[in-house]
Ligand binder design. Structure first.
Ligand SMILES: Cc1ncc(COP(=O)(O)O)c(C=O)c1O
Length: 195
């Protein structure tokens, strides 16, 4: 993009006061994701600034807060099939929209680790009657039981901000952990708060 801008600026002979490079750096949602190379980005921008007098603006979203939050959810029911189990959790697409909205894949891990691994695949789904109320399909996950808790990772960006009361579902509590300090920053909604 900066190469294109470089050519364009030279062609039109116009100096921009500022250039907004936006966000989009993303975060490492899965171990296999290609990491954004900030060092290279920095070098390319510095090189660009050597020949253009302009102010660079960034709008990073996920890269700042994406990995600062997790969503903890309880398994309310397990619907068993021969090869695949549906793990129905008490969080749903209204609490965390990214998988339903644009197929985002967020790692899920058990709250308590054991050594028992299942051979079945798991579909982690919410309790709302919508085909998109699904978080993730996994293979070789730890064997889970009803009432166990799971963690949906990296929900700090577009998590709480995209949450809604769809299906008359009260929103969960939000807890801020700062070192040894634990603060409830949003109280768990009650049904009477929304009807
Ligand atoms: C105008 C604008 N700038 C920046 C961002 C942040 O994008 P990202 O979270 O991919 O860094 C967004 C995301 O919606 C946006 O709409």
């Amino acid at each position: 993009m900066l190469n294109v801008l470089d050519k364009l600026i030279k062609k039109i002979n116009f100096n921009f006061d500022y250039i907004d490079l936006g966000g989009g750096m993303g975060i490492d949602y899965n171990k296999d994701d290609k990491k954004f190379n900030y060092k290279k980005y920095n070098q390319i921008i510095k090189k660009f600034l050597r020949s253009h007098k302009t102010k660079i603006i960034f709008e990073p979203g996920r890269s700042i807060i994406g990995d600062t939050a997790i969503l903890i959810s309880k398994i309310i029911y397990i619907k068993e099939n021969s090869k695949k189990d549906f793990i129905i959790v008490d969080a749903a697409m209204n609490d965390f929209m990214r998988p339903a909205l644009y197929g985002a894949k967020h790692k899920i891990i058990p709250l308590k680790k054991t050594n028992k691994i299942t051979k079945k695949s798991y579909d982690f789904v919410g309790p709302i009657c919508e085909t998109t109320d699904k978080f993730l399909t996994t293979n070789k996950f730890q064997k889970l039981n009803e009432k166990d808790y799971i963690i949906i990772c990296d929900v700090g960006a577009y998590g709480s901000s995209l949450a809604s009361n769809y299906n008359i579902r009260p929103k969960p509590a939000e807890i801020l952990i700062n070192g040894s300090k634990i603060n409830v920053i949003k109280k768990r909604q009650k049904l009477k708060d929304i009807i």
